[in-house]
Design a protein. Structure first.
Length: 263
């Protein structure tokens, strides 16, 4: 664990360079370039707005438009979804580097994660811009989103290291991840509010660690609630996230000597 963190810190400049190249590679041959990165998320938000706000008249928070409630929850998911989908294929995407003896293979998952992070930071700025445009006054609570961004990163790093290592040996792993992400999207309270669920089912929602992240971003932008006011949820999230992180990095390091032979 500490060896991997040390390598990441030492090679941070190389990670950023590779991440920038990976980010730009997504637009090679495209006339509209980076514009396409925004099209699908924005269209998705527009569709959800038309269906839930205009169609079903959904209003989870009094006197707040549905779109302002939706954005703080769905933008972290876009980051989580893209980073995990790309991260699971990290080693096959960079197999020419994996086969280089002198290259530190344990930094490769961070390349896909940082590449996805670039776009997520842009979406955070868009979220703030839309809030200001709608007449919401800046709040010190918005700074708490930095903490929840760190939470999201921790969970993503653990899952990417875990799934990327397994995918080298089990090629179906990427398909399994995609299916789990589809279920995860609807099982987390991204599109719907927890209050619509029966009281007996609400505790089961907390089992999904991403629920903590979604609620946390909404606490920062909508409800203005500190993470220290949810001590049980915070303790559970960090317990499960650290378990995933430690397991993912340990498995990755154990399998690392065999990556080059299997690719």
């Amino acid at each position: 664990m500490f060896e991997t963190l040390t390598d990441i810190w030492k090679e941070r400049k190389l990670i950023i360079v590779l991440s920038q190249a990976d980010f730009k590679k997504k637009f090679v041959g495209s006339y509209l370039g980076i514009f396409w990165m925004f099209v699908q998320p924005i269209i998705s938000i527009l569709i959800y707005y038309l269906v839930f706000q205009v169609g079903f008249k959904t209003n989870p928070v009094d006197d707040m438009p549905y779109v302002l409630w939706l954005m703080p929850g769905i933008f972290p998911w876009f980051f989580f979804n893209e980073a995990l989908q790309g991260g699971v294929l990290t080693l096959s995407s960079y197999q020419y580097l994996v086969k280089k003896i002198v290259f530190k293979v344990d930094i490769l998952p961070m390349v896909k994660i940082v590449s996805s992070l670039f776009l997520h930071l842009i979406f955070l700025y868009i979220n703030i811009f839309v809030y200001l445009l709608w007449g919401e006054y800046p709040s010190i609570w918005w700074l708490q989103s930095i903490y929840y961004l760190f939470c999201n990163l921790t969970l993503i790093i653990g899952l990417v290291y875990l799934t990327a290592a397994i995918n080298v040996f089990v090629k179906d792993m990427s398909q399994i991840v995609n299916i789990c992400l589809q279920f995860g999207f609807w099982l987390a309270p991204i599109m719907w509010d927890e209050s619509i669920m029966p009281d007996m089912l609400r505790p089961f929602l907390k089992i999904n660690p991403f629920t903590y992240i979604v609620n946390g971003f909404r606490d920062s932008f909508v409800f203005h609630i500190g993470f220290w006011e949810r001590p049980v949820n915070t303790a559970y999230f960090w317990g499960i996230s650290m378990l995933i992180l430690l397991s993912g990095v340990k498995l990755y390091k154990r399998m690392e000597p065999h990556f080059a032979d299997m690719l």
